[in-house]
Design a protein around this ligand. Structure first.
Ligand code: ISC
Length: 356
């Protein structure tokens, strides 16, 4: 477990520049707007859970270091941050399946190839719910996921277990992204997984999108492995891994450039991006906020590791808002897509159930 704590209060940032970033944690929405900003939590204090020690940023004034220790000693935690206003509306089954049917029609009419439609659902927060215990339970239950808990004043508190890397650059300057799509409930043996043409095609669209981004950057030297079946909690997906040795191709800004081109990927938005985005904004009937945005640590010697904010929930004082979406193509059955969002919400629901 690792934690980044910013002691000052200015978190808004523009389009991330990964190469020049100080050490901290990015938390960015699906669509940056006047109300939902890209946020950067600067690591004024970094907590390494394994070594159990705190490190202060070099530029942190001495009096703030002392103030932090005083706060720690006083155990003066005010609770988790909640959004200024909660206006989220649950989508019922009929609204969602209707939106999926309209999407299938729009695809048949040739307006787009794929769109990812999502919804949210508010559920009561168990009375004895504890975010830190939930975080530990998620880390244990989803060892392959990027498990996160983010709390920002005026924005709220989000937690999740994401299966999807958006952009990762490791300490050896190797860039990594994935094309993740296609969903079915997990079987005991991954090798036995059988995929329908619909899922194969849906994932291939995400692959093609990543390849088109490489092409835009005139990048030809990459490795591509997959698609392979991967397990994410109670579900399985198809995933293709793309890697680029940034030193070999002399492309130090590849991470930043790909981040700008990729987000939102066709795994959370659609293809082509612009009509899919417009369809989402006019048909989903709620604000995605930070769901299907991205998050992760940047500016470390270990690189930058950004994940898509999926299988997540937002915490309110008495409720949790669960978020999930499903990729709609010409072959989609609205009822099955609804079921798929139910299954995806189960990842977080399971964590809430631990407290009942
Ligand atoms: C949009 C979500 O998942 C994406 C990632 C994997 C598989 C997906 C799918 O099969 O539709 C989605 O594209 C979500 O979890 O809310």
């Amino acid at each position: 477990m690792e934690a980044c704590i910013q002691l000052g209060d200015n978190l808004c940032t523009g389009q991330p520049q990964l190469e020049r970033s100080p050490f901290g944690f990015l938390f960015c929405p699906f669509e940056a707007t006047a109300t939902h900003h890209n946020l950067f939590i600067k690591a004024d204090v970094y907590f390494d859970g394994q070594a159990r020690n705190y490190t202060f940023a070099d530029d942190l004034p001495k009096h703030q270091q002392e103030a932090f220790y005083t706060l720690l000693a006083a155990d003066a935690v005010d609770g988790w941050h909640t959004p200024a206003r909660n206006e989220q509306q649950n989508q019922n089954e009929q609204d969602f399946t209707r939106a999926v049917s309209s999407a299938v029609e729009a695809i048949a009419a040739g307006n787009m190839e794929k769109v990812v439609l999502s919804r949210c659902k508010q559920e009561p927060l168990p009375e004895n719910f504890c975010a830190v215990t939930a975080f530990e339970a998620m880390a244990e239950a989803y060892p392959r996921a990027f498990v996160s808990l983010v709390s920002v004043p005026g924005v709220g508190t989000w937690m999740g277990a994401s299966p999807e890397i958006l952009v990762s650059i490791n300490e050896d300057q190797v860039f990594h992204t994935v094309a993740l799509a296609g969903t079915q409930t997990a079987v005991a043996n991954v090798a036995d997984a059988i995929w329908r043409q619909k899922e194969i095609e849906e994932q291939a669209m995400v692959e093609r999108y990543i390849l088109s981004c490489f092409k835009k950057l005139r990048l030809r030297d990459y490795s591509e492995i997959g698609p392979r079946t991967v397990v994410a909690g109670n579900l399985m997906h198809l995933r293709t891994d793309f890697r680029v040795d940034m030193k070999e191709v002399h492309f130090p800004t590849l991470g930043t450039d790909m981040l700008e081109l990729l987000h939102p990927t066709s795994a959370v938005c659609g293809l082509p991006k612009e009509p899919a985005l417009q369809f989402i904004l006019s048909h989903e009937g709620y604000q995605r906020r930070y769901y299907s945005g991205y998050l992760g640590p940047v500016g470390q010697a270990a690189g930058a590791h950004l994940y898509v904010n999926l299988r997540c929930m937002e915490l309110l004082p008495k409720e949790a808002i669960l978020y999930a979406g499903a990729g709609v193509t010409s072959e989609s059955d609205p009822q099955k897509e609804w079921q798929e969002t139910e299954h995806k919400m189960q990842t977080m629901r399971q964590i809430l159930l631990n407290f009942e």
